[in-house]
Design a protein around this ligand. Structure first.
Ligand SMILES: NC(=O)C1=CN([C@@H]2O[C@H](COP(=O)(O)OP(=O)(O)OC[C@H]3O[C@@H](n4cnc5c(N)ncnc54)[C@H](O)[C@@H]3O)[C@@H](O)[C@H]2O)[C@@H](O)CC1
Ligand SMILES: Nc1ncnc2c1ncn2[C@@H]1O[C@H](COP(=O)(O)OP(=O)(O)O)[C@@H](O)[C@H]1O
Length: 314
């Protein structure tokens, strides 16, 4: 019998974990790398990057193809930029173990480059059909201390996973998958079918479905919605409610999920474990929306974070 899910509320431990050590320098707070798609499609990754930076990652870099370099450079200041044209370039970049959290999906696209980047991020470039094996430096795919690197997979990365079983098989317990209902159905069609056919309480069914998905993926799964359900492969689960008195309807706006992916990535860079990063990211995301209120668009979510953090006494 799985344990009851945790209803996410602000606990002293959650707030404490967000505090920054007064002695640490920027590398002590981690370095997040967000991979972007090509020119004209970079907004989503920039939203993620802004979210990762605001939530406290010490450094945030956008990895962009050459075609998008000028566009992105014109739009960013504190966020940094590296050219990442293909899987080999990402593999080379990941030789730097200080890049400790990755985010792939927002605006990434579904082309060959996107597939190769996902393969490189999961340390599997060499055995994906059609992708030439790159010279793999030692330690690639591994984070500090040999543990796999933390990876957030959202949007297009989830669509790619649905079509590439070998990549799905490379998922691990430091991956956080953040599907909306449409992406969930694409990635776990049989589980979604059962969910749609369920006659019992809708939230209980979403909980069962998210647990089943996490167990299959061997990763954290965060199923987005007004009630966001988060589950770990071992059955631990949590619910972040944005309904009734906690409603945050203005979150239903283009790009808000991209910011959430950035929040989770930033927390992973800071050293949060994947379940803790998913829970804390989802909670702060809705806190930002409630704090900002009506008229919220995706850009406002990271900008609302300082006020939310201040109100928590940080
Ligand atoms: N400002 C930007 O640059 C933005 C870029 N975006 C990017 O656009 C690409 C496509 O992402 P989308 O999510 O729009 O589209 P998807 O390619 O995921 O497809 C959306 C489809 O899923 C269905 N669906 C079912 N349940 C849904 C749910 N709960 N929420 C949303 N759709 C649901 C919709 O009806 C729709 O047909 C991604 O790369 C994404 O990151 C979006 O995130 C929006 C903002
Ligand atoms: N009605 C709602 N109430 C509260 N939160 C919502 C609502 N609709 C969407 N959200 C939240 O907004 C975000 C939308 O993410 P997503 O669907 O991926 O959008 P996008 O792809 O445009 O970024 C998720 O975090 C989801 O939980």
């Amino acid at each position: 019998m799985p344990r009851a899910p945790r209803q996410i509320t602000a606990t002293p431990a959650m707030i404490d974990a967000l505090r920054k050590s007064p002695e640490a320098h920027k590398f002590g707070h981690g370095h997040a790398l967000i991979l972007s798609g090509g020119a004209g499609r970079t907004g989503a990754a920039r939203l993620s990057a802004r979210g990762a930076l605001r939530i406290g990652a010490g450094l945030v870099t956008l990895g962009v193809p050459g075609s998008a370099q000028l566009e992105v450079a014109a739009q960013i200041t504190a966020v940094m930029l590296r050219r990442v044209d293909d899987g080999n370039a990402l593999t080379a970049l990941l030789a730097d173990a200080r890049l400790n959290a990755l985010c792939l999906g927002p605006g990434l696209g579904l082309d060959g480059r996107a597939v190769a980047l996902l393969a490189a991020a999961l340390g599997r470039s060499g055995d994906i059909e059609g992708i030439p094996p790159p010279p793999t430096p030692r330690g690639v795919g591994a984070g500090v201390g040999g543990a796999p690197r933390a990876v957030v997979l959202d949007a297009d990365a989830l669509t790619i996973l649905a079509g590439h079983p070998a990549l799905f098989a490379a998922l691990h317990d430091r991956c956080v998958l953040t599907p909306h209902a449409g992406e969930f159905a694409r990635l776990f069609p049989d589980i979604a079918e059962k969910l749609n056919a369920a006659t019992k309480d809708a939230l209980a069914s979403r909980l069962d479905a998210t647990r089943a998905a996490a167990a299959r993926a061997g990763s954290i799964v965060l199923l987005k919605g007004p009630e966001t359900v988060i589950a770990a492969p071992d059955g631990r689960a949590a619910i972040n409610s944005a309904t009734q008195g906690l409603a945050a309807p203005w979150l239903a706006t283009a790009g808000s999920g991209d910011v959430l992916a950035g929040f989770v990535t930033g927390l992973l860079a800071r050293g949060f474990n994947p379940m803790q990063a998913a829970e804390t990211g989802a909670w702060l995301h809705t806190e930002c929306a409630r704090s900002f209120g009506p008229g919220l668009i995706a850009e406002d979510i990271p900008e609302a974070l300082p006020e939310v953090l201040r109100s928590l006494g940080l």
